[in-house]
Design a protein around this ligand. Sequence first.
Ligand code: NAP
Length: 454
Amino acid sequence: MPFIATNPATGKVIAEYPAFNAVEVESALAEAQSGYETWSAMSFAERATLMTRAAELLESELPAVAELMTSEMGKTFAAAKGEAAKCAMSMRYYAEHAEEMLTEQIVKTSGSRSGIRYEPIGVIFAVMPWNFPLWQVVRMAAPTIMAGNAVAFKHAPNVPGCALYMHDLFIRAGFPRGVLRNMFVEVEQVADIIADDRIVAVSLTGSERAGRSIAAVAGQNLKKVLLELGGSDPFIVASSVDMERTIPLAVTARVQNNGQACIASKRYIVVQDRAEEFIEKFTAAMAAVPVGDPMSPETVVGPLVNKSQLDILTRQVNESVAKGAKVLTGGAPVGGEGYYFPPTVLVDTAKDSPANCEELFGPVAVIHVVKDLDEAIELANDIPWGLGGSIWATDDAEIEKAINGIDAGMVFANAVVVSMPELPFGGTKQSGFGRELTAFGMREFTNQKSYFVA
Ligand code: NAP
């Protein structure tokens, strides 16, 4: 199967690239290995110069790259520009901070000198999803590359232009070829790539299904794997919530990226004394969200990524309704050209319905009403995932209780959960393991070498 980009707003094919054959796979791996050998011998200062140059180039090309992202996966042009700018900002951040994050740690022992050094390990193979087609690559690769590694990556097949853009950006910035190496390969080719001696570790951002498969292959080959998988993040509305401030952010938390974010809030858990007000205002705000052409500045929600995603979301809503859920707004595809699903609010969902057992990857919010904050936290944790979660309250005691109580990799208070270069990113339970970003993320793909001099 070739890599095909289809514009989700029109359903029209815009670009097509054949998958790599065996010779092309070999040449990509050889290039990545050779890139690693040159790159790992360079100083932090030299690496930082090139990473900063890549950031500058990206910044100078924001509108064009944003249009490419919008055309390939349907996010709004405004969101695409924001994503590309965040990539450039984070590349600069790691250019500036990598050296200090990987500074040798001196440890006091009985020896005359001892400590820990962080050394690069080689070429990491990264498998990427389409939903943040630039940021997912940068989030994984910028820290990993600044640590002295090379990254060979398989992007999702529907964003080939974005994959090539990132590959070319690093070459144009002056990086040795292969330090960030695109590979147009299919799922069937992945096991052999992971088994190749030149690949030292694997990173996947994607679904649980892909996570199980890639972790199994990595395990078979005794290679480290880092998994960033799905989630169904809770958005807890506590008694002390500032309702006026919270409502617009509650909408953003669900509809950002057309509802297709791993860390989007998917389950709204509201204490009963604020439930009526929240449900009424949130439903009205969701119903008022402008849906349409992702290139238009008025649009907040564009199309879903493809027909298959539209069908999955439609099935999930229909089955939930068949099990008793009530639709307060939205509830069915918009129809016509493109893969549009409107912002939707569900209440009274059965525990065993898709609304509660599956990840809803589209702008569909599920509201639960609970007695108090304890019950809210219990329900928040009653899922197989633990990616992020948020608490909306003005009372510090309520905020602390939620930060301590939510079993997730990231808990935010009075703010939409986002990734940022200054905080580690990752989940608990079936949301995966390992961390990206910060010193924690950088060290995942280093040899944490202890030394001891008697
Ligand atoms: P996906 O189907 O798992 O695809 C992600 C990537 O994995 C694609 O490149 C895909 O290639 C590849 N892949 C799938 N199955 C594979 C296998 N068996 N072996 C090797 N590679 C495989 O996920 P998606 O639908 O694109 O993305 C949505 C999911 O990703 C959601 O669950 C979302 O929550 C999660 N996600 C998590 C994070 C995070 O940071 N935690 C961020 C974004 C998204 P093909 O398309 O060619 O199969």
